[in-house]
Design a binder for this molecule. Structure first.
Ligand code: ZN
Length: 148
């Protein structure tokens, strides 16, 4: 087993056991539900903005270890960033987990750990559910985000 894969598993297990920013935020500026029917993952994302900056972001939900760890690490990665910066991180992250092109993964810090997901196409939706839901929350629709 490669070091990266071992690290990947450790990080996923750690975040699954102790998800960061796992709490409801009430009131908050934006929120949305997300659902990944393929795996049964459910997530609810809360976003508090300060102008264009993400002042706070949190989540609740239940799902597999990858979806929980991905949501937990997303909140850490985007808190304090601007909305545009967060969307750029999501673009790179999405390309990375889908194995498309040369994703600039040095720009996304710890999230690069999810590169291993590309070897498991079934898990790509688990790893991106929270991100799609975050985007849906910002766009303000009341429809639930789904990975389909
Ligand atoms: Zn899942």
């Amino acid at each position: 087993m490669s070091d990266l894969r071992e690290l990947y598993q450790q990080v996923i297990l750690d975040h699954n056991k102790k998800p960061r920013n796992f709490r409801a935020m009430d009131p908050c500026d934006h929120e949305a539900d997300g659902f990944n029917p393929l795996c049964g993952d459910k997530v609810h994302i809360y976003v508090e903005l300060d102008g264009d900056r993400i002042a706070d972001v949190s989540f609740q939900g239940e799902g597999c270890a990858i979806s929980t760890a991905a949501a937990s690490m997303m909140t850490q990665a985007i808190k304090g960033k601007t909305v545009e910066e967060a969307k750029t991180i999501f673009d790179i992250y999405q390309h990375m987990v889908m194995g498309e092109g040369n994703a600039e993964i040095e720009q996304i810090g710890k999230l690069a750990i999810f590169e291993g997901v590309r070897e498991f196409p079934m898990r790509v939706k688990c790893a991106t559910l929270a991100w799609h839901t975050f985007k849906a929350a910002l766009e303000g629709g009341n429809d639930a985000a789904t990975t389909e």
